[in-house]
Design a protein around this ligand. Structure first.
Ligand code: FES
Length: 120
């Protein structure tokens, strides 16, 4: 049996998205890769070729505001669990220790070994 490897996402932002206006029963696709540039925290298809897939979720209860994770480090996806407060230090350490650091070049979409993305 093949060993599964942890893929590390990019960070959409170091804080949640406050989402309003969703209805009970509405289905959304949460971006897990962090690359969605058009409509975070939702998937825009940018994950193609990275090994990530969006996560489907359905709104289960009426809430005026949902705090949806955008650092992509939450343990309670798609909801914010406060992981963004410690994420910058963890993510920076992971990037600095990345064994594939030499591949961190501008035309690399995402290094799933550490979550590195090129600066734009
Ligand atoms: S764009 Fe990130 S999971 Fe689809």
């Amino acid at each position: 049996m093949a060993e599964s490897k942890t893929l590390y996402p990019a960070v959409g932002s170091y804080g949640p998205c406050a989402v309003k206006g969703l209805k009970v029963g509405e289905t959304k696709k949460w971006c897990t890769c962090g690359l969605s540039s058009k409509k975070q925290p939702w998937c825009d298809g940018s994950h193609k070729g990275t090994g990530f897939k969006s996560m489907k979720f359905t709104v289960e209860k009426e809430q005026e505001v949902l705090y949806i994770c955008n650092c992509k480090q939450t343990k309670t996806p798609p909801y914010c669990d406060g992981s963004h407060t410690s994420a910058p230090e963890i993510v920076e350490k992971r990037k600095n220790a990345c064994a594939k650091k030499d591949g961190h070049v501008k035309d690399c979409k995402l290094c799933t070994n550490c979550g590195w993305v090129p600066d734009f």
